[in-house]
Design a protein around this ligand. Structure first.
Ligand code: ATP
Ligand code: MG
Length: 286
């Protein structure tokens, strides 16, 4: 049998586009026709399963899928035995407690004896227990924000990204409980040949992530400025210096994080750099 591993990704929703983009940026090609539930890559030993995100932790724990991409919120809520292999940096959100806007909030003790609607009963009950609060948890699977206005619960515990959904429903966020982003998870008992494929995948993900957080920077400078500029942009090993056609001038190339670039830009100009270009890096292997 051909040796391929299975990765579970969300079929459609707030994880799926970025999950598929990451896979593509890793150079892994596959056909993703609408409605397809399975797809095998044409150039990497992997098969994709397209699922609801709720099912991904369970499928990976059971070994139906070897790997999966899911939000930490779903992962912790489902409480399945899997390994978290890598934080992926997208689908960032938080789980928060919210109450009707007009209510006065004095601290988490507010929730003592109150009713709270949520799709995340485990994360919520763990949190309330850690604070010594007893509240009644109403588990509902969606549209949690309307619960207070229809009299189902006095507060809610739900995903917040910008807060605009809360506002539209007359609620205010009062406690941020859990921060989440997408993660790559894996089955605990992967065979060695599967681990070898996983290592290749992780190598590619690292190259993509490192590339994204760095920039290729080029600039012109008079030769007497080169030493000072090198101190500001040391680069991977050291910058590249190429002579310009105009005598006494050079082009300096280096790689640095975007943050570093903004921190040093004024000093670079003061040191004599001009014509500064900042170019994205697709992949970077250190
Ligand atoms: P499914 O149909 O697969 O069960 P869903 O409706 O449960 O999907 P989505 O709304 O697609 O879930 O969200 C998937 C995940 O994306 C969430 O569990 C969370 O980790 C993250 N997420 C949710 N809302 C946002 C948001 N507004 N911004 C960023 N990430 C979010
Ligand atoms: Mg879901």
């Amino acid at each position: 049998m051909e040796q391929i591993i299975r990765i579970a990704v969300q079929k459609s929703g707030r994880l799926s586009d970025d999950s598929l983009s990451l896979i593509k940026e890793c150079g892994i090609k596959f056909y993703n026709g609408t409605g397809k539930l399975k797809s095998t890559s044409t150039n990497f030993p992997v098969e994709f399963l397209f699922l609801r995100d709720d099912d991904i932790p369970g499928y990976v724990a059971d070994g139906v899928a070897d790997l999966g991409i899911v939000g930490e919120n779903e992962l912790v809520e489902k409480d399945k035995e899997v390994i978290t292999l890598k934080k992926l940096g997208f689908s960032k959100c938080r789980l928060s407690l919210a109450i009707p806007k007009g209510q006065e909030y004095s601290g988490v003790g507010y929730f003592q004896g109150k009713s709270i609607a949520t799709s995340y009963p485990k994360i919520l009950s763990d949190y309330l227990r850690s604070k010594g609060i007893q509240a009644e948890i109403h588990e509902i699977s969606g549209s949690v924000e309307i619960a207070p206005s229809i009299g189902l619960a006095e507060g809610i515990f739900d995903i917040v990204s910008s807060g605009s959904t809360l506002m539209m429903n007359g609620l205010k966020e009062v406690e941020e409980v859990f921060k989440s982003e997408a993660v790559l998870i894996g089955n605990k008992n992967l065979e060695d040949w599967k681990k070898a494929i996983l290592d290749k995948l992780l190598f590619r993900i690292n190259a993509v992530q490192t590339g994204k957080s760095n920039k290729y920077v080029l600039m012109n400078a008079p030769n007497e400025s080169i030493q000072r500029i090198i101190e500001l942009i040391p680069g991977m090993r050291s910058p590249t210096i190429l002579p310009l056609a105009q005598p006494g001038w050079s082009s300096i190339h280096s790689v640095l994080s975007e943050d570093q670039f903004w921190e040093n830009i004024q000093e670079l100009r003061a040191a004599g750099a001009e014509g500064i270009l900042v170019v994205p890096i697709e992949k970077m292997v250190i």
